[in-house]
Design a protein around this ligand. Structure first.
Ligand SMILES: Cc1ncc(COP(=O)(O)O)c(C=O)c1O
Length: 393
């Protein structure tokens, strides 16, 4: 199904159909094209492919039919014109920045970003003359005040990790437009099944496909989605030159992941909300962070901006690190791993893992206390998850 055919079809249809082009073999499932290069019919065709006047494949660092199928499917789901798949979520962020920014440019970014993105911005991009100002995610006035004439990019995740704070994307898109900067949203936590930033005014979406897009913890990958010029030309140009390309096998796994994305996101969000409500009722739990709870300060924004509230929640136990580690170590079912977005529920102590490299001051600013635990809720029975958590509560 090509892009034109995709228009007008529902999300769930696109998730299983978009991007597939059958070969003359008539296969029903999408094939994996495990080939590094492609054969030309003649020297003239080879020359035309290299010159770009003939659009066919050349080499799998540039294009590959299985990777293209994934790109077209994700572009259709996010509502973008183009998608470029990358080797990891971090290489999606890197490719976006290196393709679209130059020395002297300025980024305004949320404080509440994935720790490695914070590190990429602060420790590496700054070496190449790109400056960054970090602001609190949900305060629009802070974004507005941080903008400078040389600001080219606003970058954020919503909801944030691990405290599930949100920002109003329509409002922030207005700030970006007035500043002449592009708004880039890491849509890893919601995926297009729950939130479509491009429709709300964002310019680009980046993904760690490693998380919910795969959904079963199998492969590392990423993607950038947006308009034809910035993504299809400039990010693609960087990718084919620098080489952080997605492998065809991983693209095939992600294609299969997308087919069940909508069902998984709905079911896992339902379970997360049930667990959040239950945790909030327990005296041992100080506070629960989940956008689906009426106690969440941005519950109404989440109801408006997202189709569902998401599968990630955090909660704070009394007793600091000892109590938090004790709870983790008492579990027998839930996996102790820093990954998220899996159909298997995972538990993490952010202060000593995902946010462990931050200074105590940075951790405090991010609101990551020693008693905080993060759950990425999977597809197990909620009663079994409750029983597992109760072992250590
Ligand atoms: C929100 C977010 N963005 C980006 C990344 C980086 O993705 P990857 O691990 O696929 O490089 C992660 C990884 O945990 C993440 O949680």
């Amino acid at each position: 199904m090509d892009h034109e055919q995709a228009e007008g079809l529902g999300f769930d249809t696109l998730a299983v159909r978009a991007g597939q082009r059958r070969t003359p073999e008539g296969e029903h499932g999408e094939p994996i094209f495990t080939t590094s290069s492609f054969v030309f019919e003649s020297a003239a065709q080879a020359a035309a492919r290299f010159a770009g006047s003939d659009e066919g494949n050349v080499y799998s660092r540039f294009t590959n039919p299985t990777v293209r199928a994934f790109q077209e499917r994700l572009a259709a789901l996010e509502g973008g014109e183009s998608c470029v798949a990358t080797a990891s979520g971090m290489s999606a962020v890197l490719a976006t920045c290196l393709a679209l920014l130059k020395s002297g440019d300025h980024i305004v970014a949320s404080h509440s970003l994935f720790g490695t993105t914070l590190s990429l911005f602060s420790n590496y991009l700054t070496r190449f003359g790109i400056t960054v100002t970090f602001v609190p995610l949900s305060e629009l006035a802070g974004w507005e005040a941080a903008v400078r004439p040389e600001t080219r990019m606003l970058f954020l995740e919503t909801p944030s990790n691990p405290l599930t704070e949100l920002v109003d994307l329509v409002e922030l898109a207005g700030v970006a437009r007035r500043a002449g900067a592009m708004l880039v949203v890491d849509n890893c936590f919601c995926t297009p099944a729950l939130q479509r930033p491009l429709a709300l005014g964002a310019d680009l979406v980046v993904h760690s496909a490693t998380k919910f897009l795969d959904g079963q913890g199998r492969c590392i990958g990423g993607a950038v989605v947006g308009d034809r010029q910035r993504v299809g030309q400039e990010v693609f140009g960087f990718l084919r030159t620098a080489g952080p390309t997605m492998s065809p096998f991983n693209a095939w796994v992600f294609l299969k992941g997308l087919e069940t994305l909508s069902l998984r996101m709905r079911a896992q969000s339902d379970s997360a909300l049930a667990l959040a409500r239950w945790l909030e009722s327990l005296p041992q739990v100080r506070r629960v962070y989940h956008p689906g709870l009426p106690s969440h300060p941005q519950h109404l924004l989440a109801s408006r901006q997202q189709k569902h509230y998401g599968a990630v929640l955090s909660f704070e136990v009394e007793g600091g690190r000892r109590a938090a580690w004790g709870l983790i170590d008492a579990t027998r079912l839930i996996s102790i791993t820093a990954n998220l977005g899996d159909v298997k529920t995972t538990i993490t102590h952010p202060a000593t893992t995902t946010h462990g490299r931050l200074s105590p001051a940075e951790r405090e600013r991010a609101g990551v206390g020693e008693g905080l635990l993060r759950l990425s809720v999977g597809l197990e029975a909620v009663a079994d998850l409750q029983a597992d958590l109760l072992r250590g509560l």
